[in-house]
Design a protein around this ligand. Structure first.
Ligand SMILES: Cc1ncc(COP(=O)(O)O)c(C=O)c1O
Length: 385
């Protein structure tokens, strides 16, 4: 091992290893069934793989244009128009990124300066706050609470100041499986009207929505759309999280600023994958089945858990289910999750790391984007507890 002898002043002194890496390593070390990290354990479409192969063999292996392969940007524009009835200009308003995480990081870095404030709803996906802090911004946390994890818009109103630069929303929501509804979007639209606040709307689970609910994309609300960067992920939509390909939809002047940073962070993302996804998007059969598909997985898992002492919280979207273990134990979440891996061979994610205060509520997050055999094995272990 080698060590740098100079002084290092960390820009993120409190950042440790992410809980996902910690739990997945623990799962591997103990040979546990792993329903912790959010990725599918089933194969992706052979057709999609064949398209990537095709483009690789045809020589599409060099840099893509900085904003993304034109065919993919056009295919996204068509899909967004068909799905939401909203037009984005593929030349000026759509950018392909190396996954949603890069899109989020670049979006935040584009607009947050020293002393600016960003409002984040926690529990939150773990990349938002560090991106704000690294850019010298201050995070203001609005807490959303069980059972429905709804937003108190009065609380948000009180948090807005003349330093508020960004509001970051996420629906369907990781880790809670809750949704923002039309009333929420209208509140946000009214709250930001007449301000310079920019909204980052993380919509990576746009197609993973159940029980007849309709995804309320920020692009559906005209005043909101004008101030929003909508972020999507093909990793989620096509079960290929390792491909790290995402996109950003935003008005032309916001896109122009976003691209100034995008070109110096990744410049462009994977060419053959972009070409393949462009073809794959042509057939909407490749994604419109997703709500039923994942709803069936959720129901399969909750049915298998029927006799367990864990209480299931409502889940209307994403591929995450929250489990309440308060009738089993009152030990803190991290301790309980560690005990589950070591003593029962099942890896889950405690909810507390999704809060800056590490709030403990006896809640765990599991991922049901798994093969039936994995879900059965997991439920069997959990039902024994
Ligand atoms: C809410 C949310 N946003 C963004 C991402 C990252 O997406 P990507 O893998 O495309 O970077 C995830 C992945 O878990 C997520 O849950």
């Amino acid at each position: 091992m080698h060590t740098f002898n100079g002084q290092i002043t960390s820009k993120l002194p409190h950042a440790g290893t992410s809980i996902f890496a910690v739990m997945s390593k623990m799962a591997a070390d103990h040979g546990a069934v792993n329903i912790s990290q959010g990725f599918p354990d089933f194969p992706i479409s052979e057709k999609l793989i064949a398209r990537v192969n095709h483009y690789m063999k045809k020589g599409f292996n060099q840099y893509a244009p900085m904003p993304g392969v034109p065919a993919l940007r056009k295919a996204i524009a068509k899909k967004v128009n068909n799905t939401y009835g909203i037009e984005y200009d593929p030349e000026l308003e759509i950018t392909i990124t190396a996954g949603a995480t890069q899109a989020i990081y670049t979006a935040i870095s584009t607009f947050i300066r020293e002393g600016d404030e960003a409002i984040i709803f926690e529990p939150a996906y773990d990349s938002y706050a560090p991106a704000v802090k690294v850019n010298g911004g201050l995070v203001k946390y609005a807490t959303i609470k069980p059972p429905d994890f709804g937003i108190s818009w009065n609380e948000v109103k009180r948090m807005v100041s003349n330093r508020t630069k960004l509001i970051i929303i996420n629906s369907p929501h990781n880790p809670t499986g809750s949704l923002l509804h039309e009333a929420d979007m209208k509140e946000l639209e009214a709250l930001t009207r007449g301000t310079d606040i920019i909204v980052v709307s993380d919509e990576v689970y746009e197609h993973l929505i159940f029980d007849g609910f309709k995804h309320q994309s920020a692009c559906l609300y005209p005043d909101l759309m004008q101030r929003t960067l909508v972020i999507g992920s093909f990793g989620k939509t096509f079960h290929a999280t390792g491909w790290k390909t995402g996109f950003v939809l935003a008005p032309a002047n916001l896109t122009a600023e976003f691209r100034k940073l995008h070109q110096f962070t990744v410049f462009a993302s994977n060419t053959p994958v972009q070409c393949a996804i462009a073809d794959f998007l042509e057939d909407e059969g490749n994604f419109i089945y997703l709500p039923q598909y994942y709803q069936a997985k959720r129901d399969f898992f909750t049915d298998a858990m029927a006799t367990s002492r864990f209480r299931m919280l409502p889940c209307h979207g994403t591929y995450f289910q929250l489990l309440d273990y308060s009738s089993i134990s009152d030990i803190p979440e991290m301790e309980f999750a560690t005990w589950l891996v070591k003593e029962h061979g099942i890896a889950v994610i405690p909810l507390s790391p999704f809060y800056q205060s590490q709030l403990n509520q006896q809640l765990l997050r599991v991922c049901f984007a798994k093969k039936e055999e994995t879900l059965i094995a997991a439920a069997e272990k959990l039902c024994r507890i």
